[in-house]
Design a protein around this ligand. Sequence first.
Ligand code: GRG
Length: 289
Amino acid sequence: MKPNVQMRPPQRKTVEPLIRQIEQRLQQILSPIDGAPRLLGEAMRYCVLSGGKGRRTNAQRPKRFRPLLCLGGCEAVGGTLRRALPVACAIELIHSYSLVHDDLPAMDNADERRGRPSCHRRFGEATAILVGDALLTKAFELLSANGVANARAILRTVGEAAGTSGLIGGQVLDLAISNQQSAISIKGLEEVAKRKTAALMTASVMAGGLAGEALSQDLTRLKTYGLRLGLAFQLMDDLHDQDGFVRAMGPEAVRRKAKALIDQAKRSLDPFGQQAGVLLELADWLAHS
Ligand code: GRG
């Protein structure tokens, strides 16, 4: 059984006000939800929002890591954070959908998520499937709304990361690997991590850059940062869970690899100077999580 040790949410000073803004905007987006039957709205809010009833500790609250990456990407290129906020929240809805579906009996069959009953345990399986569908759909509605700069490029970037070459493809590979009897290769683990974890994180930071009207060379830098940080995130997550890479490589090698990737991710931000403050802070948080 996996130990229930989770990474704590980032709490440093620059990031805290951003988390508050993300929480407020998610509240606005999800209450009320146009046309949603009462039960569907309630279940969507239960899965996404931090507050409400439940026995969550601070460490079990959603970290909002992907929306923070998005706001950080926008800040790095000198964009206005306000313009990236709907994009950041849309990506958090996609992340939340993937967790709801990942917990389903046909996938990970998890009874708990973030310290309280998973969506299907609380609302039933059919509702949980529809909650995931509704969150994913809502995200694309937000991304295509008026006022989002570079909306077409953002839609494509996020769509690719959520789809067959990203989250969904990664989940299918992961399920296939879990069904094999043989030991998992490090290469196989990396392929899954790139798709399941790094793809949406990379898209988050790039979408922030696009919302901030980044130049193409800056987008390439953000992409490099996202890929490195995303892989490091999975390594750190596995260290907490003593799973995946830790079983294949051992904890010390995993820690060394994560540290090297985080250092490389930070170096790819050098050209942004102090404007990359949030992205640097997120990298430091991950290194010490
Ligand atoms: C069902 C399409 C589909 C995809 C599922 C996200 C996912 C793919 C599976 C969840 C299991 C897992 C270990 C994924 C790797 C990414 C990861 C570490 C997710 C957890 O993200 P955190 O730590 O969660 O940011 P919070 O709760 O803070 O939002």
